[in-house]
Ligand binder design. Structure first.
Ligand SMILES: CC(=O)[C@@H](O)[C@H](O)COP(=O)(O)O
Length: 254
């Protein structure tokens, strides 16, 4: 078993977090969960309708850790209200804070996100905030009680990959919170790269849900995240400016 990730008292053997949106049919969700090996799944509270037969949560096996998200919130107060509703609806005490005021790029509002984190962490929630990768904000989120930080790789749903790579690298080196790269990852190789850099995990939705074959893609991401983590643990070899012969010539007669 690879090294587990501990968050909010839960031991996770998979470092791939997935979402529930954009699937052609909800019945794909349990199959995607199985093929991805994921143990954490995020769901927008506004998509949870306990009265409906199509309630999204009914497609999620009970062994999964639910990560309700506050999508739709524009202020800390709205995010807090959504999180409390999720907990009172029986969805557990994990919450992914999403506070967004920018409808074009769906970039998170770090200031409102920090305010919501302070309130919810004090109420006993396991808070995973979606954030723009800024070191000061990450340190404030830690001080506010976040269990991890979730910087975006690229705008949600864009499949544009690790556009913020260098900023994420700083968060990984300067914070001692788990850094889970969330949003924009479009290819398994990008998930592997995030893990090779030392990310604690990745959260993605669109890349799997919009693939021609979501189940095969779920498997590909499972393998990529695992391979990237192994490479990180193994320690990547040094990058050199010039060539260094693979078979050294020492020992040959002059
Ligand atoms: C489902 C969810 O929470 C998304 O908002 C998340 O940020 C994933 O983004 P992608 O869909 O770009 O993978």
């Amino acid at each position: 078993m690879q090294d587990p990730l501990m968050i909010g008292g839960v031991t996770l053997t998979s470092r791939l977090f997935i979402g529930t949106g954009k699937y052609s049919r909800n019945t794909l969700i349990p199959e995607v969960i199985a093929r991805s090996g994921s143990q954490v799944i995020t769901v927008a509270l506004r998509r949870v309708d306990p009265q409906s037969k199509e309630n999204i949560v009914s497609h999620i096996p009970s062994h999964m850790t639910l990560l309700p998200n506050t999508s739709g919130a524009r202020t800390a107060e709205e995010a807090v209200r959504i999180a409390r509703l999720a907990r009172s609806a029986g969805l557990g005490n994990w919450v992914k804070i999403e506070v967004i005021n920018d409808q074009k790029y769906l970039l998170p509002d770090n200031i409102e996100t920090i305010r919501a984190t302070e309130i919810l962490a004090a109420e006993g929630f396991v808070v995973l905030p979606y954030m723009s990768p800024d070191l000061s904000a990450a340190l404030r989120l830690k001080a506010a009680g976040a269990a991890a930080v979730m910087p975006l790789g690229a705008p949600i749903g864009s499949n544009r990959g690790l556009q913020t790579k260098e900023l994420i690298r700083i968060l990984i080196s300067e914070t001692d919170l788990p850094v889970i790269v969330d949003a924009g990852i479009g290819r398994p190789s990008e998930a592997a790269e995030a893990m090779e850099m030392g990310a604690a995990g990745v959260l993605l939705n669109t890349a799997i849900a919009t693939a021609k074959d979501p189940l095969l893609m779920a498997e590909a991401f499972c393998e990529a995240v695992s391979a990237g983590r192994k490479a990180y643990l193994a320690g990547l070899g040094p990058v050199e400016e010039t060539a260094a012969a693979s078979s050294p010539l020492t020992g040959f007669l002059a």
